[in-house]
Design a protein around this ligand. Sequence first.
Ligand SMILES: *Cc1c(COP(=O)(O)O)cnc(C)c1O
Length: 468
Amino acid sequence: MKFISTRGKAPAIDFAELLLSGTAPDGGLYMPESLPDFSKNIPKWGSISYQELCFYLLQPFVEGHFSDFVLKDLIRKAYAPFSHPEICTIKPEQDYYLLELFHGPTYAFKDYALQLLGHFFEKTLEAGDKKYIFLGSTSGDTGSAAIHALKQKKNIFVVMLHPNRRVSEIQAKQMLTVFDPNVVNLAIQGTFDDCQALVKALFALPGFSKEYSLGAVNSINLVRILIQVAYYFYAYFAFQKLNLPFVISVPSGNFGNAFSAYLASLMGLPVEEIVVASNQNHVLTTFFDTGVYQPKEVVASLSPSMDIQISSNLERYLWLLANKDGEKIQTLYSQLKNQNQFFFDPKLFSNSLVKFTAGFASEKEVRQRINAYYQTTKNYMDPHTAVGVEVAIKKGKKNFLSLATAHPVKFYDRLEQITFSTYPLPQKIQTLLDSPSRCLILPADLMEVKELIENLHKEGKADFWAEE
Ligand SMILES: *Cc1c(COP(=O)(O)O)cnc(C)c1O
């Protein structure tokens, strides 16, 4: 299969190149040239395992790069460290359902894609002698998931930028206690958007990503988005047994997860409605209501992995709505760059195969939702998950499937404050909290980060900075 850019000016690439690329040379994001239609397979897939389903869904995309045998093996390895036999599972609540996507090594949904991506990278690079540097920015969960997916992998470095002191205690520990020599943690003095801008700027430097063999782990990497399609299919079969329309609520930031749900529908999954749930950084809600995309300052919230104003993956959705008109997308994103906003004709929303409903929850509403859940169940709900539930309820939905994108323990300190209770920490978490950590603090300055990458490439090892 070939992959093409949303801005229409970059040459088509194959899977091997897609796997290792960030943004396309024309500034756009890669998309599959065409999508497989699995609607005929759906009646047959009701009782197969998560891993098998994942294999069938990814096979058309990786064809010609991994053999069936290799793909199966990599999927098996990727999901072996997950703690639930079903990999993901549906939990009934009072009048909705939660899709638990936190059974991976770092307790957030990002493990589902990144664990497999790590194996894809290693398998692809193990034969050569070139070292690749995987560069990413994180508001917490991507970083820990990527580091745990890439540590100890052959011919791979991971350089992860996170906003200094703006990630949760457990997120920080999950990243900064990994001392493997192929892992570099950079704490940037700024916001997540600053980190993301630095990564984008490095990829945009002419010739830089080729010369230093940079790869991307953010959800600008299409392979991540494709891998995520699997849990929507898997959840659908379980949900189907309840005889309910498949209405999903997705706590959104970069719009990667919600976009995977849309791709699932384009591949034949009968998705009824996608609720795009935002926190107080509700740039997406305004966009879906008015067609105006206008990023504001990021405001720190209880759900930091959604504290995003530049929702990169929206570009992929708009490209589809605009009938793959690269020039139109190019115009919109130049406007965004030059005037900090664009207007997308809302008439084009009618090209969407699935209805999107967007809404946001205020901090107060998120707190109330978490408290109400604690009072009735004596269990905790992660704040990102609470945004998804709250928005769907506010929009009048019932019996919907809400994505539980992180395990509550990741944000236990916030949850204790909100519920005035003491979170019973498992021993594993206590051990993590007691472990020593380290990172390198840098200003949000392109030249400093660039220099670090150049040094890393030259030295061929990541511990040069830790010796001071
Ligand atoms: C990353 C993340 C989100 C947002 O997902 P996007 O794909 O960026 O929209 C929501 N919740 C949690 C816990 C996350 O880690």
